[in-house]
Design a protein around this ligand. Structure first.
Ligand SMILES: Cc1ncc(COP(=O)(O)O)c(C=O)c1O
Length: 395
């Protein structure tokens, strides 16, 4: 991903930033890899991350302090949470790291920031305005009245006293519905156009503002993956001729992947790096079904175009085979159990599966499945466990 961002910068003739979302694995070791540290093949490094909980930030900062590193220098909290209890925690965070960015998508957020005053760092709050470009989750559409009101308010003297607009942020969550790299690329162009329009609108409200300094942050795993499309003239031309600010690409799931990403058509199955190790505990000849210890508590109820709650592959396939053979899938789940049925026309039979053996289950949604585990085993290309990573989970 870092190399795709670098290469886009070269073809577009502008430096492009990268910000890693750490929500999928929530570990220090994984985050440092996402940022390109100690990765010889990476053409660039980054110091910027997104967090989904404030606990992630403290865990990561504690860890990097303990090893004497300053890999992470810029942390953005990815929920527009400008309400007092959260602002208090974000304010404390500003004392621990060079830059903290926060999201705003409501005029009340600005009122709350004015009421709160500057954070503990005594710098102004550095704010990304969250743009909704079709996901209808957080954020405002650039053509809405609320958006104009919000932009206008950022320029009022009392707000300018405590708030600095750092840029605009869009996340095409709905790009998960893509069916190909080309589809995902259209969403990426939409993301970029949305934040670019937003910057121009702010320029109208604040003619003396240098909008070329605004950071325009976009991305989701499918849209960021579409940077791998070779020969993409529309995007590079846009960057060369129309881009008003500094482009930043952000994404998170790409460092693990899962069946939902496979469903987008942007990746191949052997690129999925995270799997749940299932133990086969029983089997039923008459109904040709297997019982495994993978239920809702490990696989969750996430779904995609792939059937069930996880697709099973042989452990050795994870290491050596490309593409994987899908033998079984987790068709039904209870709290702790999963019932496995043969996948498609795989002809799998219970006679081939030993009770007590292990299978790799590719989860539907890695970010949610990984949240169920207190640690992850890291294996090398020979299948040897080389490390154990502990996530900074919950709140
Ligand atoms: C606000 C925000 N930004 C970025 C991301 C990263 O998206 P992805 O995991 O698809 O890369 C997410 C994921 O949910 C998100 O909510």
């Amino acid at each position: 991903m870092l190399n795709s961002v670098h290469d886009l910068g070269v073809s577009g003739g502008k430096k492009i930033h990268f910000r890693a979302h750490v929500k999928t694995h929530k570990t220090a070791q994984g985050t440092f890899k996402q940022l390109g540290f100690n990765l010889p093949a990476s053409k660039i490094t980054s110091n910027s991350i997104l967090i989904s909980t404030i606990r992630e930030a403290h865990g990561l900062l504690d860890y990097q302090e303990s090893i004497g590193k300053e890999y992470i220098k810029d942390i953005c909290y990815s929920l527009p949470g400008c309400v007092l209890p959260i602002l208090e925690q974000l304010s404390i965070l500003t004392r621990r790291v060079e830059n903290v960015r926060i999201f705003v998508d409501n005029v009340e957020h600005l009122d709350n920031l004015v009421r709160f005053g500057k954070p503990a760092s005594r710098q102004r709050w550095s704010v990304f305005i969250k743009v909704d470009m079709g996901t209808q989750r957080a954020g405002l559409t650039t053509d809405s009245v609320e958006f104009s009101e919000l932009l206008q308010k950022t320029q009022s003297p009392e707000v300018l006293e405590v708030v600095q607009v750092y840029g605009f942020y869009a996340h095409a969550g709905h790009s998960y519905a893509s069916g190909s790299m080309e589809d995902a690329h259209k969403y990426l162009l939409d993301e970029i156009k949305a934040v670019n329009d937003a910057a121009q609108l702010l320029g109208k409200h604040a003619p003396s503002l240098d909008i070329s300094k605004l950071v325009l942050s976009v991305g989701a795993t499918p849209t960021s993956n579409s940077l791998r499309l070779a020969e993409e003239p529309v995007l590079t031309n846009f960057i060369k001729t129309n881009l008003k600010g500094i482009l930043e690409i952000h994404c998170g799931n790409y460092c693990v992947y899962d069946l939902q990403q496979l469903s987008t058509g942007c990746i191949r199955d052997h690129e999925i790096s995270g799997f749940v190790l299932a133990t086969i505990v029983s089997s039923y000849k008459t109904r040709n079904e297997i019982l495994a210890d993978t239920g809702v508590m490990s696989l969750t109820r996430e779904v995609s175009r792939f059937p069930g709650y996880g697709v099973c592959v042989k452990l050795e396939d994870i290491l050596y085979k490309e593409p994987f053979s899908h033998y079984w899938y987790v068709a039904r789940i209870s709290q702790e159990h999963g019932i496995l049925k043969p996948y498609g026309n795989s002809n799998s039979g219970v006679g081939d599966v030993k009770i007590g053996s292990k299978m790799a289950v590719l989860p539907q949604h890695a970010c949610i499945a990984m949240g169920q585990f207190p640690y992850y085993f890291v294996v090398d290309s020979q299948g040897i466990v080389t490390d154990l990573w502990t996530p900074y989970q919950k709140w």
